[in-house]
Design a binder for this molecule. Structure first.
Ligand code: AMP
Length: 449
């Protein structure tokens, strides 16, 4: 189904075509007609599903900037997009620019960590679409440089993450400043209870679209667990990164400090690396992301928050250097690979003290992940007992020496990349795998439930 059949105006269809996108993704096919019809929308869709275009395109059409003209005074946006991270905000603003190239909306980007001055200037010039992170937006409101009383369309993007980051009070303050009569679009990776509650409080009979089943990892991701001692993780990671293909790899650590330390260690091992986390300046973050996208560095070491919403398509490999505390974050993390028709590899380095975390993740996924010891990196528990290899980790088995020419990581990477798109993985886990282009459901929520 081409974009034109969704009811989008020619100017927008042309802008999409210029990006090389021929077919809408499932979230786009479902959300665009609903938004064009003026309805509120509650959508479960993760980054990577094409959700940004799913709201940006119809939002631009509804603003109908050409016909409506530019009558509003400075600092009064007609559309407001609120999102948790600076990177995500910048990417959304870029998308508005790209898709709005024939409509030329005035865009302002209000994020923290950078000077207010250029933001004041942008607001003074007048703004149609305002993209902001909650804290900086509230700063502007308190300085009276932004006035939300003319907002016609509100988008809350990555709403679940905003709640995780403690932005709920900020969001409620913002909502109180918006006109009651408006269109509200809420995007979230999951429909956890707090999201349902929030949407019930301020949305009006929203259509509900779910293209991101809560516990289903992205399609075509090979998942591997390597049991290893905590103090051997860095060496194992260097070994995996140095062996086989030098695939671009996103590595997750739990802490900013851990990200810096690991990044320095990998550099010492000759692997070009940058760390991405909240303590880095905006310029450093932009540079790291750019270097990674351009292939100037092989590895990006990131915390969950920093990695959230990064617009990196076709990432071949994700490594969980440490398992996340929140099991759902595992699904978010590995969702960074195996996207849009490509295969991906998600490797978790799991130490004995993380066994219970792995267990929780496996319970969430509804299956045991394949686990194998990498030659030369057997955890000490396994070395102590020759009869019980890697007993700390459920399902672990040892690599047979004859097959250890490459680590299991590399072997999986090559086998997965040979697999035809959509063919699924090991027998028995096909039920967990969902195809990117498979459509789920559109339903209508029964009022303010
Ligand atoms: P998002 O989920 O919005 O972060 O988008 C993920 C990536 O998919 C972005 O790089 C988009 O540029 C890309 N994308 C968006 N729509 C399409 C489409 N219809 N076909 C192919 N790629 C798309």
């Amino acid at each position: 189904m081409p974009f034109a059949t969704l009811g989008l105006a020619d100017d927008l269809v042309r802008a999409v075509a210029a990006q090389g996108y021929a077919t809408p993704t499932p979230i786009q096919a479902q959300a665009i007609p609903v938004i064009l019809a003026g309805r509120d929308l509650l959508a479960a869709a993760q980054t990577g599903t094409g959700k940004t275009a799913a709201f940006t395109l119809p939002l631009l059409q509804r603003l109908d900037i050409r016909r409506e003209g530019r009558l509003l005074p400075p600092g009064r946006p007609r559309a407001l997009v609120v999102t948790p991270t600076r990177e995500l905000a910048a990417q959304i603003a870029d998308s508005v620019r790209v898709y709005g190239r024939h409509l030329t909306p005035r865009i302002a980007l209000l994020v923290g960590g950078v000077s207010m001055k250029p933001q004041f200037d942008a607001l003074r010039r007048g703004v149609d679409v305002l993209v902001a992170t909650p804290g900086r937006l509230l700063d502007h409101i308190s300085q009276k440089t932004v006035n939300l009383s003319s907002v016609e369309i509100l988008v809350l993007d990555e709403a679940d993450r905003m709640l995780d980051l403690g932005f709920l009070p900020a969001i409620r303050r913002l909502l109180a400043l918006l006109p009651k009569r408006r269109q509200t679009l809420l995007f979230s990776a999951t429909f956890a209870e707090p999201i349902r509650q929030l949407s019930g409080d301020f949305m009006n009979d929203p259509a509900v679209i779910d293209v991101a089943p809560r516990n289903a990892p992205a399609d075509r991701v090979d998942q591997q667990v390597h049991p290893v001692d905590q103090d051997r993780k860095a060496a194992l990671l260097s070994h995996l990164l140095n062996a086989g293909e030098r695939d671009a790899t996103l590595v997750f650590t739990r802490t900013k400090h851990g990200a810096d330390r690991l990044s320095r260690q990998l550099e010492r091992d000759g692997i070009r690396t940058a760390a991405l986390h909240g303590n880095k300046s905006q310029a450093a973050r932009t540079r790291a992301l750019d270097d990674f996208k351009q292939g100037r560095i092989q590895v990006l070491v990131a915390t969950d928050i920093a990695a959230r919403g990064l617009d990196i398509v076709q990432l071949p490999r994700v490594v969980n250097y440490e398992l996340p505390h929140v099991p759902e974050d595992y699904v978010h993390r590995i969702g960074r690979t195996g996207r849009a028709g490509c295969t991906g590899l998600a490797v978790s380095l799991v130490s004995e003290d993380e066994a219970s975390r792995l267990h929780t993740i496996q319970r969430l996924l509804g299956r045991t992940l394949p686990s194998s010891v990498v030659e030369g990196f057997a955890p000490s528990t396994a070395r102590r007992s020759s009869t019980a290899p890697a007993s700390a980790v459920p399902g672990a088995r040892r690599h047979h020496p004859q097959r250890a020419g490459a680590s299991s990581g590399e072997r999986s990477a090559s086998s997965s990349s040979r697999r035809p798109a959509g063919s699924g993985g090991a027998a028995g886990d096909s039920a967990q795998r969902r195809n990117y282009h498979q459509t789920r459901r559109v339903t209508t929520a029964g009022g303010r439930s």
